[in-house]
Design a binder for this molecule. Structure first.
Ligand SMILES: [Zn+2]
Length: 187
């Protein structure tokens, strides 16, 4: 189709009617887009501790074989009972596994969580625990979606410092780091 219009191919992620046609017409070949080779690590990964299918070590090995420099283990918090959320007393065991797997190399493994936003706007797990993690993903559970009027405040409340920032609504959010810590995307 682009050929028939006398234009070069426009990558799907640019098809926003935001000037890409004019840019293509002007000779831009969009050679500076992020590609798979630019991805350095993974920030949202589940293991058998919650609803994942692989162990911490297996996830780390798989990420290493894909050329990743790091991986973050972010299993579900206890409120996500549907996904086998990890109770607080099981976390030390997971952290030991992470330390052991990281010691075997070759990639960095960060501790994290996908913490459910609770009905009152607090995050699952005690705050001190959350603040000890390099990366916290705050997810609003799908079961809250039924009533948008009364769930907006709990959803935006974790944005208040020093709590972590939410990613997006739904079962799995995207990653943000707690205020005052280094973004895990650049460990
Ligand atoms: Zn998830």
């Amino acid at each position: 189709m682009y050929g028939q219009l006398g234009l070069p191919y426009i990558p799907p992620e640019l098809r926003e009617d935001a000037g890409e046609i004019e840019a293509a017409d002007g000779g831009d070949v969009f050679g500076d887009l992020i590609t798979e080779r630019d991805i350095r690590g993974m920030v949202h990964c589940h293991t058998v501790y919650s609803d994942g299918r692989n162990t911490v070590a297996e996830m780390a090995q798989a990420a290493a074989s894909m050329g990743m420099a790091y991986i973050t283990i972010t299993d579900h918090s206890p409120a996500a009972a549907y996904a086998g959320g990890v109770k607080e007393d099981r976390l030390p065991q997971q952290w030991r596994e992470i330390a052991e797997a990281e010691a075997r190399g070759p990639i960095k493994i960060l501790r994290g969580t996908e913490s459910d936003i609770l009905r009152d706007g607090e995050l699952d797990y005690p705050r001190e625990l959350l603040e000890s993690l390099p990366l916290v993903i705050a997810s609003r559970p799908e079961r809250h979606h039924a009533d948008p009027e009364t769930t907006t405040r709990p959803t935006i409340r974790p944005l208040d410092p020093p709590a972590p920032l939410p990613g997006r609504n739904g079962r799995c959010g995207s990653a943000q780091s707690p205020a005052g810590t280094r973004p895990a995307a650049r460990p």
